[in-house]
Design a binder for this molecule. Structure first.
Ligand code: ATP
Ligand code: PAU
Length: 243
């Protein structure tokens, strides 16, 4: 069985092709790219699939584009994940939660039911969700992501430059670029570290485009899973799951 999994965020569309249980290939398309050109290339690259499923938080229009491309290339319809408030061991704190956050929690809960967890996605937005070992979602936070914080500083001030490069330190800067770069990374790390200190024995499950950047600054136990949302998709759509 060849399955195309899609994680459509506000900056990028991540995809992977599963051949049975194996990830055969993966990649991404930026939202700023022309999808009318990019999607046919993506579909050509993965060849025929039996099933396509998606987590979409980037709006109806993106869904329509994806669905049309999948219909045209594979003659199948796109299965879109939607939040189920009490599903496969996870009970969400509120029904309007983003489907990507829900899927990341499903995946983390599936991997480990022995510990309390902090599920963090460091993407366009940074989301942090507290999930206890019984699968109860205790609530979370949504704040601007690292790229967005830098853009907002540049867009709303006269003197602050746009900092494109990635930070490599959280030390106080001695020029504007380092003050911004290290500062926003320090903020993101502080939010996670503060929760992990407050809630003893919590393990952090980290994902998102800036997850690898953030990981070295998390003080406690932290697992980085770049495909946590797509792992959640697999689990959410699995036919027969025990537990
Ligand atoms: N190759 C890349 N292209 C674009 N952004 C990247 C890349 N690698 C890392 N990033 C970083 O990842 C961030 C976007 O992360 P990600 O792709 O996880 O977001 P998203 O899933 O689209 O957003 P969200 O889920 O918050 O809506 C960007 O702000 C950028 O800093
Ligand atoms: C917070 C984001 C943007 C993170 O991708 C997404 O999960 C979303 O659009 N959520 C909907 C609102 C919510 O989660 O409360």
């Amino acid at each position: 069985m060849r399955i195309l999994e899609l994680d459509a965020g506000n900056s990028r569309l991540k995809w992977r092709l599963l051949n049975g249980d194996t990830v055969a290939s993966h990649g991404y398309l930026a939202n700023s790219d022309n999808w009318l050109q990019g999607l046919p290339l993506l579909m050509g690259q993965v060849e025929q699939v039996d099933c396509a499923r998606a987590s979409i938080v980037s709006g109806r229009e993106r869904f329509e584009l994806l669905n049309a491309a999948i219909d045209r290339h594979f003659n199948i319809s796109l299965q879109q994940a939607s939040v189920k408030p009490d599903w496969r061991g996870v009970r969400v704190a509120y029904p309007g939660i983003g489907v990507d956050r829900w899927l990341a929690m499903l995946a983390a809960n599936h991997q480990d039911r022995q510990t309390d967890k902090i599920v963090v996605s460091c993407g366009t937005a940074i989301t942090l969700d507290m999930l206890n070992r019984d699968g109860e979602h205790l609530g979370g936070y949504i704040v601007p992501g690292i790229g967005l914080m830098k853009k907002m500083l540049h867009a709303n001030t006269a003197q602050l430059p746009m900092v494109e490069m990635a930070a490599s330190s959280v030390s106080p800067g001695k020029n504007s670029m380092d003050c911004i770069n290290n500062g926003v990374l320090a903020m993101a790390a502080a939010m996670v570290n503060e929760q992990q200190t407050t809630h003893k024995d919590c393990v952090v499950y980290l994902t998102g485009g800036d997850g690898a950047l953030l990981k070295p600054y998390i003080n406690g136990e932290c697992f980085y899973h770049p495909e946590l949302v797509m792992d959640g998709l697999s689990f959410a759509f699995e036919e027969a799951v025990l537990g």
